[in-house]
Write a protein that binds this ligand. Structure first.
Ligand code: DX5
Ligand code: ZN
Length: 221
């Protein structure tokens, strides 16, 4: 699986189709969709309609990151729209095991996301149940923010915890990622990298993805 998950949040939506064609050329497997409800985070983004439209036209798998206060209400809509992976935030008051199970019952991979100021203790009990953990390296809500350096140590700690629990959970990091910090994150144990601005602002997306992958010494088998 290609470890780069482009986030389309920061794109100019009028150019989205062209950008997606470039991702196809770069053999990207997953597109990351940032779903916002204007409550868990300040603003809103897009919903299941975009996921459905993308699925109809492209063969990417979709990873929906639900930054919403009531994920239980939204999950069924995204499952119906055809997403493949779905993550919910541990900070949302709710039955975390129940939410993860609801996602899995919809034949999707279940992820658990946490904010930069949320204690790692909060996710520890669920590492055996989640398919992936999404460690936020910026505060959720906006693309284009600066990577929070403390995320490197948090990623390393989280990875130690995952390995210690003999969990198969993958470690995904999201926010402010560029080719330079991606290498450090990989060394810290990250498996998957959500990348928005540094890809969409790049003059040549294909070259930029290559650079990311070369630096991480990743090769498609
Ligand atoms: C922030 C989102 C991220 C973010 C990634 O709320 O979850 O996916 O937009 O984009 P960059 O790389 O611009 O931080
Ligand atoms: Zn995200």
């Amino acid at each position: 699986m290609n470890p780069i998950f482009p986030s389309i949040l920061s794109t100019n939506f009028f150019n989205l189709q062209d950008k997606l064609r470039e991702f196809e050329k770069s053999r990207i497997d997953f597109i990351h969709l940032d779903i916002m409800d204007g409550h868990f985070v300040d603003t809103i983004s897009f919903g299941p309609g975009l996921a459905r439209a993308l699925k109809e036209k492209f063969s990417f798998r979709l990873d929906a990151h639900l930054m919403v206060s009531n994920p239980a209400k939204m999950i069924p809509h995204f499952i119906k729209a055809g997403v493949d992976w779905l993550s919910v935030h541990v900070e949302t008051a709710g039955d975390t095991p129940g939410l993860l199970q609801m996602i899995r019952d919809g034949n999707c991979r279940a992820g658990l996301a946490l904010n930069p100021d949320t204690s790692l203790e909060k996710v520890r009990p669920f590492l055996g149940m989640a398919d992936y953990v999404l460690l936020m390296s910026v505060f959720p809500g906006y693309g284009g923010q600066k990577f929070i350096a403390a995320s490197l140590e948090r990623a390393a700690q989280l990875k130690r915890e995952i390995v210690g629990q003999k969990s198969h959970c993958l470690l995904q990091v999201d926010g402010g990622i560029n080719a330079a910090n991606a290498v450090l994150l990989k060394e810290a144990g990250a498996d998957l990298f959500v990348v928005g601005t540094s890809l969409f602002n790049a003059e040549n997306i294909e070259e930029t993805i290559k650079k990311f992958l070369n630096q991480m010494q990743w090769s498609q088998s």
